[in-house]
Design a protein around this ligand. Structure first.
Ligand code: PEP
Ligand code: MN
Length: 355
């Protein structure tokens, strides 16, 4: 942290800041310029108290150098983290496809979807048992019955399963049935849930809150790692915007930034990110280009009958096409490479000669 003193700061004020920096466990390094003095607080100490120095007399402002999310930050690390979920590696060389219904609605619906997505190439299954719904009158999920079905479908297909845990009371139960716990967007800053899930041995997918800044998202992940759970995967799922044409603003710049700032794997969820099934293929390609370690999409055997998120759910056949388009080399090569527009610069002589 750099503490920049005001131009008219007195010697006494500077000495006070230096003493306080030492008291808080940092090494002060003082640079006296012609106009002002700056004090660098080097090392680690009581950061929150250091931040309070912005209120000390003679202090102009504090300029942070290191990120406040030390355990999540990529700074100072050579390797990215790979999170293993029931043998599936997220954050390694391969792009992980996670697919399944928004909500588990019945045995038939789940098993049909699980087999279809497995056959199409998915490496993990998703499905909601406890649903965070805007209205209390909407389908809330089948709870424990859904957890049991998810476990059975996972065992039968061999796909590890991720499902959302809504509250602290359900953590042990969900962890008993699921291979990975999802902390949903609406709960990203539910600090008691973060602290509770940090104590759990299952890997966690932490979705970005609908109005969370990237820094808040990183700090939510910091709660999990600081609390004892290092197996965290971030998930960009879009943020609130003003435009009702898309459900959310799928923020791929923040996905790319999250991968720059953090060593954790980052998954993209274009289903919630756009709310529109027609945009999922193109936005999946864009997410991979932006560095996503995987894609999570909603798939339903009959989206028009889905109890939640039908409009953004792919039919199994559409999911198979998506996987084929994303990963089949022949198809990839067949797609034309983008062409660069010809540079129209011509010298004055060329311009007089005309075309
Ligand atoms: C979900 O994955 O079904 C879900 C509810 O997601 P989000 O928390 O991103 O809204
Ligand atoms: Mn959903």
């Amino acid at each position: 942290m750099i503490i920049s003193m005001m131009e008219n700061a007195t010697e006494e004020q500077i000495a006070h800041v230096i003493a306080r920096v030492e008291e808080l466990g940092y090494k002060p390094q003082v640079t006296r310029g012609e106009e002002k003095t700056i004090v660098a607080a080097v090392g680690t100490g009581r950061r929150d108290e250091l931040e309070a120095l912005s209120a000390a007399p003679g202090v102009e402002r504090l300029i942070p150098i290191a990120h406040p999310f030390k355990l999540v930050a990529r700074q100072g690390r050579t390797a990215r983290t790979v999170v293993s979920v029931g043998g599936v590696r997220i954050g390694g060389e391969d792009i992980v496809m996670i697919a399944g219904p928004c909500s588990v609605e019945s045995r038939d619906q789940l098993f049909q979807t699980a087999h279809a997505v497995r056959d199409a190439g998915a490496s993990m299954l998703r499905g909601g048992a406890y649903k965070p719904r805007t209205s209390p009158y909407e389908f809330q999920g089948l709870g424990l019955d859904a957890l049991k079905l998810l476990r059975e479908a996972s065992d039968e297909t061999g796909l590890p399963v991720v499902t959302e845990v809504l509250g602290t009371d359900d953590v042990d139960l969900v962890a008993e049935y699921a291979d990975m716990l999802q902390i949903g967007a609406r709960n990203m800053q539910n600090f008691s849930l973060l602290r509770r899930v940090a104590k759990c041995s299952r890997p966690v997918m932490l979705k970005r809150g609908p109005s969370a800044t990237v820094k808040e998202w990183m700090l939510a992940a910091e709660y999990l790692i600081a609390g004892g759970n290092p197996n965290i995967v971030l998930c960009e799922r879009g943020v609130k915007s003003w435009d009702p044409e898309t459900r959310n603003l799928f923020d791929l710049a923040s996905l790319a930034l999250a991968r720059q700032l953090s060593h954790l794997p980052v998954i993209a969820d274009p289903s919630h990110g756009t709310g529109r099934r027609d945009l999922i293929p193109v936005m999946s390609r864009a997410a991979i280009a932006a560095g996503a370690d995987g894609i999570m999409v909603e798939v339903h055997p009959c989206p028009e009958r889905a109890l939640s998120d039908g409009p953004q759910s792919l039919e199994p056949q559409q999911f198979a096409e998506l996987v084929r388009d994303l990963f089949t080399p022949a198809r990839k090569l067949a797609a034309p490479l983008p062409r660069i527009a010809p540079n129209s610069y011509r010298t004055a002589a060329e311009r007089t000669l005309g075309d």
